[in-house]
Structures are given as C-alpha cells and as structure tokens.
Ligand binder design. Structure first.
Ligand code: ASP
Ligand code: MG
Length: 424
C-alpha cells in the first residue's frame, strides 16, 4: 500500500461543484488501495478577498489577527472537502494545521516549519480515513498562536507532510497541466515540461513563476521529496520536479539548455542619486536597507562622473518592502551624503533559467538580441550560474517574455490551456 500526498490549489476547489469533482478524484486514489493525505488551499480567491476585507477595516493589521483571518479560508475548504468525500461513502477527516502537527516559528505571515508531528493524521489513516489538512498554516509553540506560511504556502504544507509521512508520491494539483516554459497566461505558446530539476524550479519560482511556492521547492530539495505537478482537470501526466543527484542509476535525461522564462511584476526600483564614490558607500547604504529586512534582488552601480566624484546606485526589492527601504534611506540622507532618491514601481523583471547555461555559450547575447529586435530597453541585468535576469518597463515585460520565448525555440505547437482560476 502506498501513501499519496495530494495538494489542491484554490482554483481546483473554487466552488461546490469543483469540491465534489476533487472529492471523486481523491476517492479514486483511495479505492486504488492507497492511503491518501490531502493538503487543500482556500476556495478560489478567498484569501485575496479576506485581505481586501481586512484592508477595508484598517490599512494596518495586527499580524496575529491577520493570520487568524487568513487561515480561516483553508478551514472552509477542508471541511467541505471532507463532507464531500464522506458523501461518496468514504471516511474522511479534516484537520487544521495546528491539529495536523505543523509546528512553525512565530513569524506571522511568513512562518517557517520547524517540526511536523502528524500523530493525529497517522491515527486517522490507521482507521482507514482519508486525511484532509488545511494548507498554508501552522502553530507556534513559542507564541501558542496560529501562523501562516506566506502566500501560496499550501504547496509547502503538502511537501512537509510528504516528508514527515515518508510518502511515496507528492502530487501538486493545479489549474494547468504542469510546469510550463513560461506562464501560459502571458505566453500562450508556452509548453509543458515533462521534467525539470529542482534547482531550475527553484530559480524559476524565485524569479516570479507562480506555479510552485519557492519554499515548497526548497523543502522538497532538502528532504528529497519528488514532486509531480499536474492538472486536477484531467488525468494527464504533469511535470516531475526531481533532484538529478537522487535520480536512480540510468535515469539521467538529456537536459535542454533553457528550462523557462519567468516574469515578475512584484518588484520596485530604488535609485540613490549622487552617492559619494568612496570606499564603504555601498556598504553603508545596504546595511541600512538590510536593517529593514527588505529583500534586495538586483543591484546596479553606475560609473561615477569624474567631475563630481559621485555615482548612482539602483537596486530592486519586492513591492511590499519598497516603502520601508525608502524611508530608512531618506532618514539617513545626511550621514550617507547622497543627493536624492528615486522610486520606480513601473518595472518588470524577466528571467531566463536553465541548468545547462553553465556550459552553453552565447546565451546572454541571444537574449539581448531578442529584446533588441522586440524594441525593448534593458535597465538592469543580473546573473547567477543558471539564470539571467533583466529589468524592463512593466508594460513591456510580457512582450519581452514572448519574444525571448520564441528566440530560444521554446514555443510549443499549440496554445497552452489554463483550466480555471483568475490568476489573481
Ligand atoms: N490560500 C493561500 C493563498 O492564496 C495559500 C495557498 O493558496 O497556497 O495564498
Ligand atoms: Mg490561493
């Protein structure tokens, strides 16, 4: 008998009909003789709607209460799903993250899993029940409060359950057929990958690809969990996210140079204008930014104008970190000695990812050529071993993604299908 962990995203359980459809799938897996543990997201756009509601009540929410509020979305879907399975004649039991033993630190809104103690889940499985767990949430022993894992965190719940229960498979069910070479909502010619290495998946997720939560990919990599990302709307094989080092003998596959193109519209650019070009200037600036916990991504320093001995330093941070970084720098203007600050929230980031970039030549030249031909200006560039990212204007980044996708021969024959969801 195998143990299967399945995760269903919000668009797969958006309404009563979808919940019944998903219940049938789960029952099929159970009838095939497997133990089944399900992590479920909140229905449709519930989490966003709860956020909207909180914002209507007050623009600044107490983090503890926000987690209480947001974690309720998953409690709705877990209970309804358990009811639906029971109505099909199978025992099912739902558990909150806390009941399931998802122990986290006490950082509200971005809690990390520190331990998983699935005692009650094991008991329920032993009694023959299908187990449904509310995704995206946990419990802190320190603060004794409910926490959430960050937006999209139900993937991480599923992976953590799979690792703790030593599951045979961890299936992530979503509204597309798997991991695509780009977001099918932006690049309609994107094609589904049969396999992708966890390293590439990590870079794509970190570059704005929304199909998997980055923390889930990290967790899976660390605990050796192989993921199968697939559609809940059909029975097609999806994408296997695997660690090549753990691949059994003879299982190696020829890697394609490029795994995908990701777009990120969630960053802002801050430019510190007229910084004295002396040793230690950058250190001072980024120390101040670091103290705000802002997550700096790309950095560019211009050549200083010889006449003034001053230079400009630009960097990007997630939109949610932008204001506080700006305020902290502004407060330190006198000691840093710069002239002014610029804040730009109209940027887009495009990233090209592929493990074989390590050994392939001419990738950046081809990327820049494609952008040039599409008439798109590059504002910043950064690279890692297996990724090249560029910043463009926000309103041209989607066109840039399509141009680059074509230039690297990634276009599929047919348009990609998106089965559900608002993409919110
Ligand atoms: N419901 C949460 C969100 O929308 C968690 C998840 O869907 O994974 O972010
Ligand atoms: Mg969701």
């Amino acid at each position: 008998m195998s143990l299967i962990v399945q995760k269903y995203g919000g668009s797969s359980v958006a309404d009563a009909e979808s919940i019944k459809r998903v219940a049938k799938r789960i029952v099929e897996a159970r009838r095939a003789g497997n133990d089944v543990v399900v992590a479920v997201s909140a229905m449709g756009d519930t989490t966003d709607e709860l956020m909207d509601l909180a914002n209507e009540v007050t623009p600044i929410q107490a983090p503890r209460e926000l987690d209480m509020l947001l974690s309720s979305g998953e409690r709705i879907s877990m209970a309804l799903l358990a009811m639906a399975i029971k109505s099909l004649g199978h025992d099912a039991r739902s558990f909150t993250g806390s009941q399931a033993g998802m122990i986290t630190d006490s950082v509200h809104g971005a809690a990390r899993i520190v331990d998983v103690t699935p005692v009650r889940l094991r008991e329920a499985l032993d009694e023959g029940a299908v187990v449904i767990v509310a995704g995206f949430q946990g419990f802190s022993r320190e603060s004794r409060d409910i926490t959430t894992l960050g937006r999209g965190g139900s993937d991480t719940t599923a992976v953590a359950l799979a690792a703790a229960l030593d599951a045979d498979v961890c299936e992530i069910y979503t509204d597309v057929d798997g991991v695509f070479t780009s977001d099918p909502r932006i690049v309609t010619k994107a094609h589904k990958l049969d396999r992708i290495t966890s390293e590439e998946m990590l870079e794509l997720a970190g570059s704005g690809a929304k199909v998997l939560h980055i923390r889930a990919v990290e967790y899976a990599r660390r605990h050796g969990v192989t993921l199968h990302v697939r559609s809940s709307f059909n029975n097609s094989e999806g994408t296997i996210v695997y660690d090549p080092e753990r691949l059994p003998e003879g299982g190696a596959v020829e890697e394609s140079v490029i795994a995908g193109v990701a777009v990120d519209l969630g960053q802002v650019k801050i430019t510190v204008v007229g910084v004295p070009d002396v040793p230690g200037a950058a250190a001072k600036i980024f120390k101040i930014v670091a103290r705000t916990n802002a997550n700096v991504d790309m950095i560019v320093q211009n050549v200083s104008a010889a006449a003034t001995g001053r230079t400009d330093i630009s960097f990007t941070v997630p939109k949610s970190d932008g204001e506080k970084a700006l305020t902290a720098l502004s407060d330190a203007q006198e000691s840093l000695g710069f002239e002014s600050l610029q804040y730009d929230d109209q940027i887009g980031k495009l990233s090209l990812v592929g493990a074989a970039m390590r050994s392939a030549a001419g990738i950046s030249a081809r990327l820049f050529e494609a952008l040039y031909e599409a008439g798109i200006n590059i504002e910043m560039i950064s690279t890692s071993e297996i990724r090249i990212s560029v910043v463009t204007r926000a309103d041209s980044v989607n066109a840039a993604a399509r141009a680059v996708h074509t230039a690297f021969d990634l276009d599929g024959d047919d348009d990609a299908v998106v089965y559900a969801g608002t993409g919110r």
